[in-house]
Ligand binder design. Structure first.
Ligand SMILES: Cc1cc2nc3c(=O)[nH]c(=O)nc-3n(C[C@H](O)[C@H](O)[C@H](O)COP(=O)(O)OP(=O)(O)OC[C@H]3O[C@@H](n4cnc5c(N)ncnc54)[C@H](O)[C@@H]3O)c2cc1C
Length: 325
């Protein structure tokens, strides 16, 4: 591993200034469950590692009259165990599907939302892929079993967070802090597709950090659920996942939101499926139509066509379980 400087800032305000000084050559480090692995593999060779652990002010879960506020360095396990977070629909349950108890102890919410893709070409120092500034996505003609079927274009990673799809359906926003102050951005608009920039997954500039996640109180007035299909049951990333939130009246869904993991380079808003289902009485026939509408433009690679059927079935199951909640 290349030598690096190490710093423990004590407050969040100083972090963008430190990052700015290193102009893209610093690496933020929260729980380190992703960042350290990338450093060890030589994927990231930072000059400066900025450890957020001493920034106590970013570790909290607080509810106010508008909703739930969770600081970026809050460990995932605290969200799972928080009585107040448990009242925000499927949030705690979605967080509980992340990795293992040990990783949820170390891993933070900010780190989960900003983690980098798990694509094996991206993670190998032997492949200078387009996401690392090269010209090629090696998955296109390589081993692409776990890659994207939607939104791929120049790069076919899938966004790995289990928490992001659930938060998006609950209409969460993230607070971003930069040298000039902070701004709130809907989490849905935080992530970017490869056609915008194939080298990054979100809108953060090199001198910006996520400081807070806000979930509005409206999340308590809907039903919500997160289903994750993984190859290995003990712990694994999602092959496909589906988060759904809606108001439920009998077999009718309204105010429906669906976001999917494991299918696209961003948490995928299933807007076509929503159009079919929202406001209508759910039936097997309608669920079939919704899945077909959402996947009609899917572009599977050689080894991942199975994701089309898997996604349709998981959507069906998620809506069925939501109705039964
Ligand atoms: C074996 C294994 C299994 C896993 N399984 C899952 C899984 O099933 N589901 C899942 O969702 N994830 C999974 N993860 C991925 C991930 O490590 C965890 O989700 C964890 O939450 C990441 O948090 P962290 O604090 O450790 O992040 P770090 O490793 O510290 O950081 C991750 C990235 O985010 C950046 N970052 C950290 N905090 C901030 C911030 N506040 N603002 C801006 N950027 C920031 C860092 O610079 C880094 O690039 C797994 C990881 C491993 C090693």
């Amino acid at each position: 591993m290349k030598e690096f400087q190490y710093i423990y800032p004590k407050n969040s305000q100083s972090v963008p200034l430190i990052l700015g000084e290193y102009n893209g050559k610093a690496l933020l480090y929260a729980g380190g469950t992703d960042a350290l692995a990338r450093m060890k593999e030589g994927i990231n060779r930072p000059e400066q590692v900025v450890n957020l652990k001493a920034v106590e002010e970013l570790n909290y879960i607080k509810e106010d009259s508008d909703g739930l506020n969770i600081g970026a360095t809050t460990p995932l396990v605290d969200i799972v165990n928080s009585k107040v977070a448990q009242t925000y629909g499927g949030l705690s349950r979605a967080v509980e599907t992340v990795a293992t108890i040990q990783l949820r102890n170390m891993g933070t919410l900010g780190g989960n939302l900003c983690q980098r893709p798990r694509c094996w070409y991206f993670r190998s120092r032997h492949f200078h892929c387009i996401r690392k500034g090269g010209d090629v996505c090696f998955a296109v003609s390589g081993n692409n079993k776990y890659h994207a079927i939607l939104g791929g274009s120049s790069c076919y990673i899938v966004y790995p967070s289990d928490v992001a799809p659930m938060l998006i359906t609950l209409q969460a926003s993230v607070e971003i802090l930069g040298p000039k102050g902070s701004r709130m951005v809907p989490l849905e608009d935080f992530y970017i597709l490869p056609k915008v920039d194939p080298t990054r997954e979100n809108i953060l500039q090199p001198d910006e950090i996520v400081t807070r996640v806000f979930v509005p109180k409206s999340a308590k007035q809907v039903k919500s659920i997160y289903l994750k299909f993984r190859e290995r049951d003990s712990f694994d990333f999602a092959m496909v996942s589906v988060a759904v939130s809606a108001k439920v009246s009998g077999n009718k869904l309204s105010d429906l939101k669906i976001a999917m993991g494991g299918v696209a380079p961003v948490p995928w808003r299933a807007k076509k499926a929503k159009m079919v289902l929202n406001g209508n009485t759910v039936s097997d026939e309608l669920l079939k139509k919704a899945g077909e509408a959402e996947l009609e433009n899917a572009e599977p690679l050689e080894q991942n066509e199975y994701k089309i059927t898997l996604t349709k079935n998981l959507l069906k199951r998620a809506v069925g379980e939501l109705l039964a909640l």
